[in-house]
Design a protein around this ligand. Structure first.
Ligand code: 5GP
Length: 199
């Protein structure tokens, strides 16, 4: 379900290339990575940026697929060398988007999708105002709490931190161009692909 319309074509400082950049953001637990996994499965031609993180892998996660897993020193090095397009600290870990692969694809006019947190979305907004920012919202707050606590992959203090971050993130919805409400993964994927002009 779409709750608001994207900025009209031609408004703002649109560059035709960076317009191919779409940012998917929204509170932790809302289902961003499920949406991304479904797009990866159904539309392998859509390139998804693989972030770098200092968080340890969850069961089933593979280095280079969901994330590049690095230690603190490795992350520091990437920041110092200007290799990250944006980065943020989230619930005690750091996450960032490698700059070069994104810029290469945009230069070729290919669609690029980033799945990042609110702080990262704001950095992209500043660096590339023509990017399309999409907010993934939960059907309700209770549903978000249920998803975050039911995941069972994080200890209670981490879940608490993620819920606190979610409250802040939900309040930022109006900063985004479009809101998609995650009532169905398939519907969200379809709407996202339409927004990205992939189909
Ligand atoms: P998780 O640990 O659940 O995989 O991700 C935690 C949060 O970090 C999510 O909100 C996710 O969107 C965000 N995230 C993942 N990669 C990046 C990144 O490269 N940059 C930023 N700013 N946030 C990211």
């Amino acid at each position: 379900m779409r709750r608001s319309d994207a900025a009209p074509e031609g408004s703002g400082t649109h560059g035709p290339l960076a317009r191919r950049l779409t940012v998917l953001s929204g509170p932790s637990g809302v289902g961003k990575s499920t949406v991304v996994a479904e797009i990866r499965r159904s539309h392998p031609e859509v390139w998804l940026s693989v972030s770098v993180t200092t968080r340890p892998p969850r069961p089933g996660e593979t280095h280079g697929v969901q994330y590049y897993f690095v230690d603190d020193a490795g992350f520091d090095r990437l920041v110092d060398e200007g290799e990250l397009l944006e980065w943020a600290e989230f619930a005690g870990n750091r996450y960032g988007t490698p700059r070069r692969p994104v810029e290469e694809r945009l230069a070729r006019g290919e669609p690029v999708l980033l799945e990042i947190d609110l702080q990262g979305a704001r950095q992209v907004r500043r660096a590339m105002p023509e990017a399309l920012l999409v907010f993934l919202a939960p059907p309700s707050w209770d549903e978000l709490v249920r998803r975050l606590t039911g995941r069972g992959t994080e200890p209670p203090d981490v879940v608490e931190r993620r819920l606190a971050a979610a409250r802040v993130e939900l309040a930022a919805e109006k900063e985004f161009d479009v809101t998609l409400v995650n009532t169905s993964v398939q519907d969200v994927c379809d709407e996202l692909l339409t927004l990205m002009a992939v189909h």
